[in-house]
Design a protein around this ligand. Structure first.
Ligand code: TXA
Ligand code: MG
Length: 312
């Protein structure tokens, strides 16, 4: 199907992707159409290895070091694109996002193909990313989509998107927090790096996909601080963590009793989807995570999923 230019959903360690031949504009156009994705939001190009991606992006020495250290894995590098990547993939940008996913089935698939795969998360635009084949089916019920079932995603949150500037003295910048923690990148680079703030887009480089609301369930979700006492209304769900759970909620999703963000990550989107599906629940209250490790990425997704900033 992929060789014919069609779309196939593929498993990765982060989330499922909606994949097609990254070198064919017609195939990539189908991804945008099926997802209902705005044309200004560029896609990630997936390859089987660093070497396999060399024909598609310019790697400077820092990008090469990062690729060799973190691939296959949940790190996406934003680098100057080569001519081999059609403009539709990068939404007209001079940069292309590339990564090598760490999933045995998809790595085998990528090695079999003589082209890389453009793949956004396999959800309809603005919805929660799918972390198992069932989720993908729910998203694309009406489409003749082939799904490669590779089981549940081990990380369960999208990759970290890192912009690597060409100037050697400028530090890289995280455009989207994800599966590789800020602390891990800082330790590797031996210097502090910034996370591009979606709230204050000052100078620098922004990820076009972060402009809008994302990851949203269809019902209200509020992000609350664990320190604030909260009296839930009827038919409310709690999405939190820790050894003791608060009372008064009709449904509890404890993402990690040990407050371990790595354990919590693959449960987050599952909880958001289950909340969405349960007709008895009207509203969810999610506890903010400590801003460290994968807690940053979890908070980022929860902030995007939350509807109102003020509680009723
Ligand atoms: O884990 C993942 O990254 C998954 C799996 C399937 O690989 N993919 C994924 O793709 O999350 P998507 O399309 O849902 O998110 C890609 C993000 C978007 O925020 C997009 O704006 C950003 O990467 N991006 C892609 N190309 C870019 C570029 N040239 N410059 C800046 N940001 C870019
Ligand atoms: Mg997405």
């Amino acid at each position: 199907m992929l060789r014919r230019g069609e779309c196939v959903a593929i498993p990765t360690e982060t989330v499922y992707g909606l994949a097609a031949d990254a070198t064919r504009p017609d195939s990539v156009a189908r991804i945008f159409a099926w997802k209902g994705r705005p044309a200004f939001n560029p896609l990630i190009v997936h390859g089987s290895s660093y070497e396999a991606l060399l024909p598609y992006a310019h790697f400077n020495p820092l990008a090469e070091r990062l690729a060799k250290a973190f691939w296959p894995g949940p790190l996406t590098l934003v680098l100057p694109k080569k001519e081999t990547i059609p403009e539709i993939v990068t939404a007209g940008h001079a940069t292309v996002a590339v990564r090598v996913p760490n999933h045995p089935l998809t790595l085998t698939l990528l090695r079999e193909l003589d082209f890389p795969l453009a793949a956004p998360s396999a959800n309809r635009s603005g919805r929660i990313s799918p972390t198992c084949a069932r989720d993908v089916m729910d998203e694309f019920e009406a489409f003749p989509l082939g799904i490669l079932d590779g089981g549940p995603c081990s990380i369960g949150l999208e990759s970290t998107v890192l912009y690597v500037p060409q100037e050697p003295d400028r530090p890289p910048k995280i455009l989207r927090p994800g599966g590789v923690a800020l602390e891990t990148l800082q330790a590797f680079l031996g210097q502090p790096i910034d996370i591009e703030s979606t709230a204050s887009p000052e100078a620098g480089y922004r990820s076009p996909g972060l402009l809008s609301t994302h990851y949203a369930p269809s019902k209200p979700l509020h992000l609350i601080s664990p320190e604030e006492p909260h009296d839930p209304p009827p038919r409310a769900a709690w999405i939190g963590y820790g050894a003791t759970t608060p009372s008064g909620y009709d449904k509890i999703w404890n993402l990690s009793t040990a407050i371990d963000s790595i354990e919590a990550a693959p449960r987050l989107f599952q909880a958001l989807r289950a909340f969405d599906r349960d007709p008895t629940l009207l509203v969810a209250y999610a506890w903010e995570w400590p801003e460290e490790g994968l807690g940053r990425a979890i908070n980022d997704r929860l902030r995007r999923a939350s509807t109102k900033k003020n509680l009723p």
